[in-house]
Ligand binder design. Structure first.
Ligand SMILES: *Cc1c(COP(=O)(O)O)cnc(C)c1O
Length: 355
């Protein structure tokens, strides 16, 4: 089937042919054949190059499952959670916390601004917290948050960190060694299809997970601890998706992480430079823009611009989310799409529809 549309959304991203072809291969029975466990452990090892030394868990379900599983496994009635936020995903963590009976206290900053370190510090000083949630890249606004100063505070207060790195992992460095639960997904910078969440879980997080009573079965991380070593899975794994992820990670490691990060930085700068030439500025403060996605501020025009790009040029972009739906036009330059050719083609088309 030919399909020459170019999808430059901040996830799902274009999936390269090598990944699609690998997914079409025959798959063994994941629960029965030892070769599959061997493959899975190797994949965990490769993912460790991106996610650090902690045990990697891969869940069958797209990115949201990873976020819910982290909360479901760490939070129970009585758990106090600091939800650090400057956007929709940051706020969304508080809903998950309350769903699982925890007490969420949110330290919010405006969505165009950096995390409010003073608010975080004073909230931490006010009462003991067990867990904190953070979002590395707030995809709806194209903000990349500086995690280190917050992680410093959390370490000083002995609070476990849960970080949504879904739209940054594999596109820009993530301080995974300092994070207790880092969450990624296949359909963003890894450029595999939607379908898997990827988490790295620290020893301290596993201890809390073991002690937590969760009502959830599918979103419980506990049964995954050491499962591949013991050669069993809590449920049948998504073998074709795992093959696709394996091919995607192979591509990334063959290119080299530093080269991949450079490529993202370079095309992000180019995207913004071309935007400036068209009179477009990013929505967030200039120092906060993510190398994986650019959200241009186009008040009241995002929907019509996106429609013309799709109808006249076969290019699919995303608009804003929530209240900003029509004010923000988002170009995803992540994963396989973080290359000059698709970015130039997108900006050529944007120049045309803006005329
Ligand atoms: C994409 C994304 C997720 C996963 O959710 P989707 O339903 O795939 O959009 C989670 N967090 C962030 C920051 C994301 O960008």
């Amino acid at each position: 089937m030919t399909d020459d549309r170019l999808r430059m959304t901040p996830g799902p991203t274009e999936v390269p042919a090598a990944v699609r072809e690998r997914m079409a291969e025959p798959t063994p029975n994941p629960d029965v054949e030892p070769a599959f466990f061997e493959f899975y452990r190797e994949l965990q090892g490769k993912l460790g190059s991106i996610l650090g030394d902690d045990e990697v868990v891969i869940l069958g379900g797209e990115g949201i499952l990873g976020l819910e599983a982290a909360v479901a496994s760490l939070v129970e009635p009585g758990t106090r959670v600091l939800c650090v936020s400057n956007g929709l995903y940051g706020e969304g963590f508080a809903d998950f916390v309350e769903l699982y009976g925890g007490e969420a206290v949110t330290a919010s900053a405006p969505e165009t601004a950096a995390y409010d370190l003073e608010a975080i510090e004073s909230t931490l000083a006010d009462g003991a917290f067990d867990v904190a949630t953070l979002v590395h890249c707030e995809t709806p606004t194209g903000v990349l948050n500086d995690l280190d100063p917050v992680l410093d505070l959390l370490e000083a207060h002995d609070v476990l960190s849960v970080v949504d790195a879904v739209s940054s992992l594999g596109g820009t460095p993530v301080p995974v060694e300092r994070i207790d639960v880092a969450i990624g997904a296949t359909q963003k910078c890894l450029s595999a299809p939607p379908g898997l969440s990827i988490l790295s879980v620290s020893e301290a997080a596993w201890e809390r997970i073991e002690a937590t009573e969760t009502p959830s079965f599918y979103a419980n991380l506990d049964p995954w601890r050491g499962a591949a070593e013991e050669e069993w899975f809590p449920y049948t794994h998504l073998s074709s998706n795992l093959y696709g992820l394996d091919a995607a990670v192979d591509r990334l490691l063959a290119e080299g992480l530093e080269a991949v990060f450079d490529r993202h930085r370079t095309v992000a700068e180019r995207c913004r430079e071309r935007g400036r030439e068209l009179g477009l500025e990013p929505y967030p403060d200039p120092g906060l823009v993510s190398p994986t996605v650019t959200a241009f501020h186009v008040p009241g025009r995002a929907g019509s611009l996106a429609e013309r790009l799709r109808e006249d040029h076969g290019i699919v972009l995303a608009t804003g989310l929530g209240e900003r739906a029509d004010d923000v036009l988002r170009v995803g330059h992540m994963g396989h799409n973080a290359r000059p050719e698709p970015v130039e083609r997108t900006m050529d088309a944007l120049a045309d529809v803006l005329e």
